[in-house]
Design a protein around this ligand. Structure first.
Ligand code: ZN
Length: 245
C-alpha cells in the first residue's frame, strides 16, 4: 500500500461561496475521494489549522507521498514544518506540489529558486500536451488533455531545469507553461502539477485525477534513509581479493 498524506491549507473553502460550492468538504477531501478509489493507496488528510499542520515527524515517517495545496497562507506554515518536509523528501518521501504550491515553503526550499510565474485569472482553457509519452505519469493520457477553465500560469517559471518534463500547458491567451515537472532531491521524487485553481472544478476532471494517481505511484519511495548523515569512514582495502590478511 502507498500511504498518502494530503495537506491543504483549507482556507478559500471556508469563506468563498464559489469555492465552497465546488469543494464543500475542502480540496483535500475531493482529492482524497478519488485517490481512495485505488486499491493500492491509503489516504490521510491534514490542514494548516492542525497542530504543526498535522505534519509531525511521526506522520511524515508514516507517509510515502505528501501532496500539498496552499495559496493564501503559505507564510503561516511554520519554518520548522517546512524544513521537516524537506528533510523527509531528502530521505525518500515523495512530494507532489499542486498548482499554487509552487510558492509553498517546502517546494521553494527543495527548488532553491523563486518559483515565480506570471499569471492571469479569467478562466482560460488549458490544454496540456504530453511531452514525454513513455513517462509513468503520462500513462492513460493521449497526446493531450484539457482543463476547461484554469488559472493561467506563464513562463518564465522560476524553477531549476526539471529532470523530466511531462506536460506543457497552453492557454487561450497563447501563453505556455511547464505544467508537469519532475525532480529528484536526495532519495525523494518531486512532481509539480499546475492545474488546480480553487474556483474551478479541476480536481473533478478525470484526466487530472488520472495524472495525480499516476504521480502518486511514481513518487512512492524506492529507498528511504532513517537519518541524513555524513559519516567519516575508513578506507577499504584494495587490490586482488584474498591478497590481504
Ligand atoms: Zn490559483
Amino acid at each position: 500500500m502507498i500511504k498518502v498524506t494530503i495537506y491543504n491549507e483549507f482556507c478559500h473553502e471556508k469563506f468563498d461561496e464559489e469555492v465552497k460550492k465546488i469543494y464543500p468538504d475542502g480540496i483535500h477531501k475531493a482529492i482524497a475521494a478519488f485517490l481512495s478509489e485505488e486499491d493500492d493507496i491509503t489516504v490521510r488528510t491534514v490542514t494548516l489549522d492542525d497542530e504543526e499542520c498535522g505534519l509531525t515527524e511521526e506522520v511524515l515517517n508514516d507517509t510515502d507521498v505528501l501532496l500539498w495545496w496552499g495559496h493564501l497562507r503559505h507564510g503561516d506554515v511554520p519554518d520548522a514544518v517546512a524544513d521537516r518536509v524537506k528533510n523527509a523528501v531528502l530521505k525518500g518521501m515523495g512530494f507532489i506540489a499542486l498548482h499554487s504550491a509552487h510558492h509553498s515553503k517546502p517546494f521553494t526550499r527543495l527548488m532553491g529558486t523563486t518559483c515565480n510565474v506570471s499569471w492571469r485569472e479569467d478562466g482560460d482553457l488549458e490544454r496540456l500536451w504530453v511531452t514525454n509519452p513513455a513517462h509513468p505519469i503520462a500513462q492513460g493520457i493521449d497526446t493531450y488533455f484539457e482543463v476547461e477553465h484554469e488559472e493561467m500560469y506563464a513562463e518564465p517559471f522560476g524553477i531549476p531545469e526539471p529532470d523530466e518534463l511531462v506536460f506543457i500547458g497552453w492557454y487561450e491567451g497563447g501563453e505556455v507553461f511547464r505544467s508537469g515537472c519532475c525532480y529528484k532531491r536526495g532519495n525523494g521524487r518531486i512532481f509539480y502539477f499546475q492545474p488546480g485553481h480553487e474556483t474551478y472544478p479541476t480536481y473533478h476532471n478525470p484526466a487530472v485525477q488520472r495524472v495525480i494517481k499516476n504521480a502518486v505511484r511514481w513518487a512512492a519511495p524506492v529507498k528511504r534513509d532513517a537519518e541524513l548523515v555524513c559519516p567519516h569512514v575508513k578506507k577499504l582495502k584494495v587490490g586482488v581479493p584474498g591478497s590481504f590478511r
